[in-house]
Design a protein around this ligand. Structure first.
Ligand SMILES: [Zn+2]
Length: 267
């Protein structure tokens, strides 16, 4: 159980400042440390609970399950373990929900499922999220938390980058608003596809955002990397995202955005 999800026991420790906190206090604070402001990762279920109208979320495509297309060593076992850990059949939880009674199509990645990696099923669920936005004429919201493509699916995984990107374009052609939210981390193949081509891109504070990873970038010795390299703050300074939004402000911010961007869909 992660701190932001309601740690078991009375006390828990902030992953950043190491302060001992009351588990209930951290839970009520949506997993944001009251001492240092660190945003602990949330499960997809908790993210949905704290973001959308209570009881409005209806999960769809929950039964989709990955196969092992290239018989990658230990992939099947890893999938089973991730299922047991998260209670989901893949890393993306998707469906329909409401924000202040405005219907939206949503997909939320759970980092605890194999690092939120983008495999065939995760991508299919994201594509169906965009297609539901098109069919129902509702805004689309995607929360990312991913290390990138799922290497255990080899090239099948890389093909998903083109697939989700094409789905975004189909929404754009029909003026369906799409809001992408980066949470820690939003990396590699996910950053290089649907996550970074939204109408509005938001990020939680201090989220890791990048392509190759700081260690690889340093090894490549492209140039000296700044201290805040590949953080939400760094990419905001460089114009890649529109706003950094603390978790407590995410729901009201999304409500304002779907009201402003989706007015034409509601006649
Ligand atoms: Zn802290």
């Amino acid at each position: 159980m992660r701190p932001g999800d309601g740690a078991s026991g009375v006390f828990c420790q902030c992953a950043e400042c190491k302060k001992i906190l009351l588990a209930g206090e951290l839970f009520e604070a949506l997993g944001v440390c009251p001492n240092c402001g660190h945003h602990h990762r949330l499960s997809a279920a908790r993210r949905i609970e704290v973001t959308f109208d209570p009881g409005s979320f209806e999960e769809l495509d929950a039964d989709l399950r990955s196969i092992d297309p290239i018989e990658f060593p230990e992939y099947s076992e890893k999938l089973r373990k991730a299922e047991a850990k998260t209670g989901s059949r893949d890393g993306v939880v998707s469906g329909v929900a409401a924000l202040d009674e405005i219907p939206v199509s949503v997909a939320v990645t759970d980092f605890d499922f194999m690092g939120g990696s983008l495999g065939s099923v995760a991508a299919e669920k994201i594509v169906r999220t965009f297609e539901r936005g098109l069919e129902r004429k509702t805004p689309v919201i995607v929360f990312s938390a991913s290390g990138g493509a799922r290497m255990q699916e080899g090239l099948f995984s890389l093909m998903q980058i083109a697939k989700t990107t094409a789905a975004v374009q189909r929404c754009r052609d029909q003026a369906i608003p799409y809001i992408s939210v980066f949470t820690d981390p939003t990396m590699a193949g996910v950053l290089a596809s649907h996550a970074s081509i939204a109408d509005v891109i938001l990020s939680e504070p201090k989220a890791l955002v990048g392509f190759a990873g700081a260690r690889v970038s340093k090894q490549a010795q492209v140039s000296k990397v700044p201290d805040n390299f590949q953080t939400a703050e760094f990419v905001f300074e460089h114009g890649m995202i529109d706003r950094i939004v603390p978790r407590k402000e995410m729901r009201p911010t999304l409500i304002r955005l779907v009201r402003a961007l989706g007015g034409h869909l509601r006649g």
